[in-house]
Design a protein around this ligand. Structure first.
Ligand SMILES: Nc1ncnc2c1ncn2[C@@H]1O[C@H](COP(=O)(O)OP(=O)(O)OP(=O)(O)O)[C@@H](O)[C@H]1O
Ligand SMILES: [Mg+2]
Length: 543
């Protein structure tokens, strides 16, 4: 075990600072594990900050040194500047290793104790997975390529997780890795809400785009990619994305066009959409409510049938006289416009878009089909995206509470848009419900965001595993620290400095905070920032 330095300051029960020995200066880096050996246990800590001091720069000493004397000493072979330079590392204590598990550290180490670099063997021992049967292999421990970084898939799913980082720092890549692992190890349905059409690329095994995979990895890549089911809203023009996909991967994107029958829309979603697009008066709200809960859904095939019934039942609820008539007739025309203009409604029997049949979704089938089910929501307005997410989540929860579904994992990209901390979103309550109750019914959430401070605190605080990639914004860092349970300010210091492949995992899916290098992907990553050329191409396409 390499001795790295000695402790010179204990500034809190959970942090200490050590002075690095000159000859091992190159061995230390931010994020690495260090240990302090005590009589019968080992204190495990991580370096979170590093700083260098030169004693000559202290005012008192500086004023009493002549530059000539420094030069003179140099001529005798003594470089005072070098001798007076010191490197210090601030560490946060992770816990005490008692040979079996990592306990909470109740006594800080002693001043002047040696700080050492742990051997791979010791770290392997500490990180040895317990009996959990679903271990997700998402990379390796940073600085130790031979030690796999494994997290507990059961806890990740049942207790929810959050992937938080600045934009472009590798969130979706990592989400892809987690999805690949969960699918191959747990064989459960994974639902992905994809506002940027990034996850369809999981239909392509990575070796087809030149990524080197071993023969066993190729088998996994084939298995994963052939179980990616993409759903696009019925009447959204996806030709630009389809062409881009085909140019990049030399195969056509496969998807199903899905639609929603308007009469099956829950009242609260209908009301929000109607109010958002056309505004709705209190009278119209009352008429619609009365009518919506009375209509005979079994008799409805087209929107004409539906509107006729709304009119029929609405008449009974509308106030007598001219004002009532006007309220009802404008309500009917607003409903017609809504159903005809939103691209996800099925307006008639066997409706097609081009040659594709628009299908009604069978949620029971989806949540009982192990695979990766990607809802490509690109091309929809935010409120429409929220409406679809609400509809899907509510249907999943309904089935889950009746025990009619397999354990399900739900990935929500750009989560701040769907469960915002401020303002209203149709989807907020559905996400909150899963965050609070999903665990009991086997429904897990993974929220992904580049603006953690904009996510509703009750959603974020329910995510018992947090995965950080590089995050810079002090506002986001402070918010995460305030809202979540497992992070300290020292941990979050480190996340400013993470590279593209780096991540820090904290929370209940891992025995100790894990600084990792994320593994390569088995399927193609779709989140490649388009170059100016591809951007021009995409934007030239009519939408
Ligand atoms: N572990 C990794 N190994 C290699 N390259 C990576 C890794 N993670 C990310 N990248 C690269 O970084 C780019 C950005 O990653 P990604 O699309 O996952 O970022 P993001 O955080 O999801 O971005 P956005 O905020 O725009 O959604 C990718 O296109 C990929 O090239
Ligand atoms: Mg992304």
């Amino acid at each position: 075990m390499i001795k790295l330095g000695i402790i010179i300051d204990i500034d809190s029960p959970l942090t200490f600072t050590f002075k690095v020995f000159d000859d091992v200066d190159h061995e230390v880096s931010i994020g690495m594990f260090v240990i302090v050996e005590e009589n019968d246990s080992i204190i495990l800590a991580r370096i979170t900050r590093m700083f260098r001091r030169n004693l000559l720069l202290q005012d008192r000493i500086l004023s009493s040194i002549e530059p000539e004397s420094i030069e003179k000493l140099k001529s005798y072979g003594i470089d005072v500047q070098y001798v007076a330079s010191n490197t210090y590392c601030k560490c946060v204590i992770v816990g005490v290793w008692n040979g079996k598990k990592v306990d909470v550290c109740r006594r800080p180490p002693k001043l002047f104790s040696y700080v050492s670099k742990p051997s791979s063997k010791l770290l392997e021992e500490i990180l040895k997975p317990s009996s959990s049967d679903v271990l997700l292999d998402i990379g390796h421990l940073r600085g130790y390529p031979s030690i796999r970084a494994r997290i507990d898939g059961n806890k990740l799913v049942t207790h929810h997780c959050a992937i938080l980082a600045s934009t472009g720092s590798g969130k979706s890549w990592l989400a892809g890795v987690i999805i690949e692992e969960l699918f191959t190890k747990a064989k459960i349905p994974i639902i992905v809400f994809d506002p940027h059409s990034e996850y369809s690329s999981m239909q392509i095994p990575a070796y087809r785009i030149g990524i080197e995979l071993s023969s066993s990895e190729r088998i996994l890549a084939d298995e994963i990619s052939s179980n990616v089911h993409v759903y696009v809203p019925g009447k959204v023009d996806t030709s630009a994305i389809d062409e881009y996909f085909e140019e990049r991967f030399y195969v056509k994107r496969k998807y199903v066009r899905f639609g929603i029958k308007p009469h099956k829309l829950p009242f609260n979603i209908l009301l929000k959409l109607l109010d958002h697009y056309y505004g709705i008066s209190e009278t119209q709200k009352r008429i619609l409510e009365e009518a919506w809960f009375s209509i005979r859904r079994e008799d409805i095939v087209s929107i004409q049938d539906l509107l006729k019934q709304v009119e029929e039942y609405g008449k009974e609820a509308a106030p007598r006289g001219y004002a009532g008539e006007i309220a009802l007739s404008t309500l009917i025309s607003k409903l017609r416009q809504l159903f005809e203009s939103r691209p996800f409604f099925i307006t008639k029997f066997a409706e097609h878009y081009g040659s594709d049949l628009i299908r009604e979704l069978d949620f029971e089938e989806i949540v009982n089909t192990p695979g990766i089910h990607v809802f490509d929501l690109s091309g929809l307005d935010l409120i429409d995206q929220q409406a679809i997410i609400t509809l899907v989540l509510d249907s999943i929860m309904k089935l889950a509470t009746k025990r009619k579904s397999m354990p399900t994992f739900i990935v929500i990209e750009e989560a701040h848009n769907f469960a915002p901390s401020k303002g209203d979103a149709i989807s907020l309550n559905s996400i909150l419900r899963i965050a609070r109750e999903g665990r009991k019914f086997g429904v897990g959430l993974c929220i992904i965001s580049q603006r953690p401070a904009r996510i509703h605190p009750d959603v974020l605080s329910q995510c018992m595993t947090q995965i950080f990639k590089r995050m810079i914004s002090p506002i986001d860092i402070k918010y995460v620290r305030d809202v979540t349970e497992f992070t300290t300010i020292e941990d979050l210091w480190e996340v400013r400095l993470l590279n593209e492949e780096d991540a820090l995992i904290v929370g209940i899916s891992t025995p100790i905070p894990l600084p990792i290098k994320v593994r390569k992907r088995y399927t193609a990553h779709g989140g490649i920032t388009p170059t100016i050329k591809t951007r021009v191409k995409l934007s030239l396409k009519p939408t």
